[in-house]
Design a protein around this ligand. Structure first.
Ligand code: ADP
Ligand code: MG
Length: 362
């Protein structure tokens, strides 16, 4: 059996009686881009700080190539770190900021100059050595912070919401740079964000954090297609959740009954529950077909159109079921119904069997 590269093993962290992380387990492969995605306060930064050595866990272990690093002080862990806010030394030039970790490591001046040059080239800031941070944009300052974190070739790079202080256009530009740097250097990256689009764009795999725990780990497509919990289904992508109750539970499949008596049949059931338990039918908007005629029995619902928004590549249709639950359907540009719908149109939705999931109400 091969030893995992980086292993987070049962990390628990209490601040007084606040449980910051409950039991975080995760294995990261060498060279992987792993993102921690979750709402504010879900324990992402705490996990990162424990990896960096800024915090000690209450319980659990961190192993790099099988060896615990918990007793290695932060500055000897050789882990690069980039934070949300610009953390450059304001009184030092860009070159001296990037050189700082190398001076701490007592490297010779020729090698320092070479490495600083290379690190600045990596983040596309060639020739910026003599600039002062105050005379640079936020995006440029974050690039300098990235160069400083990478200049000593750390095997692992941690980033805690490094782009959240930047505007959208700049954020996307630097996301692209971070991807390129990951591919060029092969560094293992652990990246924290609360932005699902950023997570999907950057990551090999994503760990979904909720209340100090990881709810699911997977690639973007895996999490999107097979969410393990309602929370994950809600956090990745936007879905309709139609509240109802379980009926006809048979193993991993279930029927659902809605308040007006409408039923749907044989939907994959996540979690365990009996007939009568409160549960939601989840439908991804782009997997819902809208039609004038009902679909197959058990996989169709009548809806009424409430609003239509033309968005170029699609028209977003806001509708309600017969018992008043809201949902959204997207019609691709050129869909035969586009242009034929109006507020108040009565239609039916249907869906492919794999496009629906049932989640127990939490
Ligand atoms: P995230 O990065 O996902 O937003 P954090 O890891 O920062 O979440 O925080 C997780 C929980 O731990 C939150 O409830 C937060 O308030 C609490 N917490 C974090 N750091 C401290 C601290 N130094 N002292 C007390 N509570 C903290
Ligand atoms: Mg945080």
């Amino acid at each position: 059996m091969t030893v995992p590269y980086l292993q987070i093993d049962g990390i628990r962290k209490l601040y007084g009686d606040v449980v910051a992380t409950d039991r975080v387990d995760l294995t990261i492969a060498e060279g992987e881009f792993m993102t921690f995605l979750g709402p504010s306060g879900s324990g992402k930064s705490t996990t990162l700080y424990i990896l960096a050595g800024f915090q000690d866990p209450t319980a659990g272990d961190i192993r790099l190539r099988g060896q615990s690093i918990l007793n290695t002080p932060s500055h000897k862990r050789n882990i690069g770190m980039v934070f949300q806010r610009y953390t450059l030394f304001p009184h030092l030039s860009v070159g001296e900021n990037v050189a700082f970790p190398l001076r701490v490591r007592r490297m010779g001046s020729t090698e320092i100059a070479e490495r600083v040059k290379r690190a600045l080239a990596l983040v596309r800031l060639e020739g910026f050595e003599d600039r002062m941070p105050a005379n640079m944009s936020g995006g440029q300052q974050q690039r300098v912070a990235l160069a400083r974190a990478l200049v000593y070739d750390p095997p692992v790079l941690l980033m805690d919401e490094p782009l959240s202080a930047l505007d959208k256009k700049l954020r996307e530009e630097i996301q692209f740079e971070i991807r390129r740097i990951h591919q060029e250097t092969g560094v293992t990256i652990l990246y924290v964000t609360h932005d699902q689009e950023e997570a999907l764009r950057l990551s090999d795999r994503i760990a979904i954090f909720n209340k100090g725990r990881i709810e699911q780990v997977g690639t973007g497509p895996e999490l999107y297609a097979e969410p393990a919990t309602r929370f994950v289904a809600d956090f990745i992508g936007d879905s309709a959740f139609l509240p109802g109750e379980l009926s006809d539970v048979a193993g991993q499949r279930t029927g659902l009954r809605f308040p007006d008596g409408t039923r749907v049949a044989a939907v994959p059931l996540h979690g365990q529950g009996r007939a009568g338990a409160k549960a939601d039918l989840m439908l991804r908007p782009e997997r819902i077909e809208l039609d004038r005629a009902p679909g197959p029995d058990g996989a169709t619902l009548p809806v009424t159109v409430e609003d239509l928004t033309f968005l170029g590549n699609n028209t977003t249709v806001s509708a309600r079921t017969a018992w008043g639950a809201p949902l959204t359907v997207r019609l691709n540009f050129g869909h035969p119904l586009t242009g034929q719908l109006a507020r108040g149109s009565h239609l039916h939705i249907r869906w492919a069997p794999e496009a629906a999931h049932a989640f127990l109400r939490e």
